[in-house]
Design a protein around this ligand. Structure first.
Ligand code: IMP
Ligand code: MG
Length: 326
């Protein structure tokens, strides 16, 4: 079985938890978009927390991991992540597509100085621009050691051409970064990132899982937003994994979710961070820009399941597992 896990909002839906849950029994975990702009928080079986930006979450559970076509990488950051994993006694088995583009110091300084819709300053728009201009540097180009001088020369990985070398009888999770509303085509253009949210190997995927949060958060610039709610930000610790920026927090917008579902068409949906709303009795949603109060967490759960029958899983505890809807 090959499963893709894709964000249905503006990123930060808690995909790391879903990937952790579904990757327990798989052979591979594959990243296929973005780079250091993404930040996935994942907990290993001993409850240790890892914040990963390039390495797929599956590395924490000893899976083979691939950095597939569509990704852009900063070798220095990638090496730091690998060092952290090694420091925790994990030796990741990393495969990297020859097509992956490298972020250079020029990309980073252009992003630092440019006016770029509140980007994460990781050089993302500039590396994808060079890819489109057909002048980017790919990892398959070989001698990249001079490009990123922070590279310590001990990055150990297996490179591959074309698709990741997943055998037919092996299972894989394709771990999406960001979310549909940040997709360069389907998102809130121009307030988007520069990559696609659907896997480059989508034709090999048997099952799509969409991930949404119990409420909505967004970071970076964008069109006017529903009311920002500080109590959700504090309770949900909604600060960027990559940049530490406070995220805007608001109730879910049913029209936005319906739109994302029309693009991803997931077989199953995971709703994360339900527990953050547990003490509230005025949980609400937006529909056509009108606010509708649903009530407490139990009512909200019933409402979500009846509105979106694809919902099969909830995550109710930050350190707990996903709970199957019965
Ligand atoms: P960039 O991808 O750094 O160029 O940023 C473009 C926009 O996407 C900005 O609004 C960022 O805040 C947003 N963004 C990029 N990656 C993520 C992510 O992983 N989570 C949430 N927002 C993101
Ligand atoms: Mg994130």
């Amino acid at each position: 079985m090959k499963t893709a896990i894709v964000g249905l909002q503006y990123g930060d839906e808690g995909k790391g938890r879903a990937v952790g849950h579904f990757s327990k029994d798989v052979d591979w975990v594959v990243r296929f978009n973005g780079g250091g702009n993404a930040g996935h928080t994942v907990y290993d079986d001993d409850g240790r927390e890892f914040k990963l930006h390039h390495v797929p979450c599956g590395a924490v559970f000893g899976k083979k991991v691939a950095l597939d076509s569509g990704m852009v990488i900063n070798l220095a950051t990638l090496e730091d992540e690998i060092s952290t994993l090694r420091g925790a006694g994990i030796e990741p088995d990393i495969y990297i597509s020859e097509n992956v583009h490298l972020i250079t110091p020029e990309h980073l300084s252009s992003d630092a100085n440019g006016s770029n819709i509140g980007s994460t300053k990781r050089g993302i728009a500039y590396v994808y621009a060079d890819r489109s201009l057909r002048k980017g540097i790919r990892i398959g180009d070989g001698d990249f050691s001079g490009v990123v001088n922070a590279t310590k020369g001990w990055l150990k990985y297996t490179s591959y051409k074309g698709l990741p070398p997943i055998r037919k009888d092996e299972s894989a999770i394709f771990e999406g970064a960001q979310g549909i509303m940040l997709d360069v085509d389907y998102g809130d253009y121009p307030y988007v990132t520069s990559s696609s949210m659907m896997p480059s190997s989508a034709h090999r995927v048997d099952r799509f899982i969409g991930v949404m949060k119990a409420y909505t958060t967004r970071v970076g610039d964008g069109p006017p937003y529903h009311e920002d709610m500080v109590d959700i930000r504090v309770a949900g610790k909604e600060f960027g994994t990559t940049t530490g920026r406070p995220r805007n927090c608001t109730w879910n917008d049913l029209d936005q979710i319906a739109y994302a579902l029309s693009i991803v068409q997931p077989d199953e949906i995971v709703v994360t961070k339900m527990d953050i709303l547990k003490d509230m009795d005025n949980i609400s949603v937006y529909k056509k820009n009108e606010l509708y109060v649903i009530g407490n967490l139990d009512s909200y759960k019933d409402f979500l399941v009846s509105t979106f029958p694809q919902i099969k899983w909830f995550s109710e505890a930050p350190d707990g597992d996903l709970i199957k809807v019965t």
